[in-house]
Design a protein around this ligand. Structure first.
Ligand code: ADP
Ligand code: ASP
Ligand code: MG
Length: 404
């Protein structure tokens, strides 16, 4: 008998009919003799609706109340799913994150899970109940409700699977696995049978929102076999496991992209020690994360150019900070662009093959796409482009690397 943790995303529980269908699916798996722990998201669109309600009251709600509000969506689905299971004759019990005691730090709206108390869950499973847990939420030691960041139900599921030493963590969503790229952008994208934790981590960090980054970090750290599948169709989905278990060793596994980018460029920056630190320290103090950083070598004279990227939501704030500091720091000009995107190719095969980056650049050049910034690591190459080239670039690279 296996212990399985399943997670159903927003679309999968998007209506009462869908919740009934999910209940039927859980019953089928339970009837096979498995112990079932199920994590659910809020019904699709609900978290956005809650965020809009907050915005209608204030631009800057307190962190604590924001989490009290946005965590409520999941409380609706846990209870409805348990009602559906009970009506169908199966014992079930719902828990909010706080009731389980999914303990987190106090970084509201992006809290990290620190510990999960598993006694109640084990007792329910032993009594033959299906345990249904609200995703995306936890509680601090002091009893304040926290949330784990958008897409956080994935992380709840993987963290529970790790804590309970589950045999597998299954992420049910609206696509039947992880694809070579977002199938909504490239129609001939191909589903991958398996993928390493490391590649999935890169894909998720570089914008593939099919799994929340932290869920993959957890799975990798605790070696939880993670499977992404469809709650709408049958199939084996994509298994994400350690590198040695991956069958398919492709040169490039996938293409990730992110539309949430913005770039700030500082021209005429005095070329002296501490300048990069001073600029980025101001940004960090405002709690803004910096992604790519490029500084040119000063060819002639004593000034250089300095460019960095931030999340598009932080663009205005970052621009104001840099503009205000420009005079004191002796920076000549600040400019920026929030209509940029990042496109990345990812694959562990890159470690042992040269020429991947140049093939990427040639493909983009053949399409007349100008590259603004480049960043590489062992298993990825990322480029920053104008927003208008996103679809073209992803499709061209998908073809060029024979991913279909
Ligand atoms: P859920 O609500 O179930 O958590 P998400 O919307 O968070 O679902 O994630 C599923 C979506 O991820 C898909 O509908 C798809 O558009 C998107 N996606 C992005 N990149 C990929 C990829 N490489 N493979 C599969 N899906 C992807
Ligand atoms: N409901 C939350 C969100 O929309 C968490 C999740 O679905 O994973 O981000
Ligand atoms: Mg999701």
């Amino acid at each position: 008998m296996a212990l399985i943790v399943q997670k159903y995303g927003g679309t999968s529980v998007g209506s009462t009919a869908r919740i009934q269908a999910v209940a039927d699916k859980i019953i089928r798996d339970k009837t096979q003799g498995h112990s079932m722990v199920v994590v659910v998201s809020a019904m699709s669109g609900e978290t956005n609706r809650l965020i809009d309600l907050a915005k209608a009251i204030t631009d800057s709600p307190s962190d604590r109340e924001y989490d009290v509000l946005v965590s409520t969506g999941e409380q609706v689905t846990i209870s409805l799913l348990c009602m559906a299971l009970e009506t169908k004759g199966h014992a079930a019990r719902s828990y909010t994150g706080g009731q389980v005691r999914i303990l987190t730090d106090d970084a509201h709206s992006k809290a990290r899970i620190e510990k999960i108390e598993d006694e109640k869950i084990h007792a329910d499973l032993a009594a033959g109940r299906v345990v249904v847990v609200a995703g995306f939420q936890g509680i601090t030691e002091q009893g304040h409700i926290t949330t784990l960041g958008r897409g956080g139900s994935d992380t709840t599921a993987v963290a529970l699977a790790a804590a309970l030493k589950a045999d597998e963590c299954q992420i049910y969503t609206d696509v039947d696995g992880v694809y070579t790229t977002d199938p909504r952008v490239v129609s001939n994208a191909r589903r991958l049978d398996s993928l390493s934790f490391e590649e999935m981590l890169e894909m998720a960090s570089l914008g593939s929102k099919v799994l929340q980054i932290r869920s993959v970090e957890f799975a990798s750290k605790y070696n939880v076999p993670l499977r992404v599948l469809s709650s709408f169709t049958e199939g084996g989905g994509t298994l994400i496991v350690s590198e040695d278990k991956v069958m398919e060793k492709a040169l490039i596994s996938g293409i990730a992209f992110s539309r949430d980018e913005a770039q700030l460029t500082l021209q005429g920056v005095p070329d002296r020690p501490g300048l990069a630190y001073h600029i980025l320290d101001l940004i960090a103090k405002a709690n803004i994360e910096v992604d790519m950083i490029v500084q040119n070598t000063s060819v002639a004279g004593d000034t250089t150019d300095f460019t960095f990227t931030v999340h598009r939501n932080d663009y205005k704030k970052a621009f104001t900070i840099v503009e205000q500091a420009a005079h004191t720091l002796g920076i000549a000009k600040v400019s920026g662009d929030n209509k940029i995107v990042k496109v990345s190719i990812v694959g562990i095969g890159m470690r042992s093959h040269a020429g991947i980056a140049s093939k990427m650049f040639k493909t983009l050049s053949d399409e007349g796409i100008n590259i603004r910034m480049i960043s590489t690591s062992e298993i990825k190459v990322s480029v920053v482009l104008s927003e208008k080239y996103l679809e073209l670039a992803v499709r061209a690279l998908h073809d060029a690397f024979d991913l279909a």
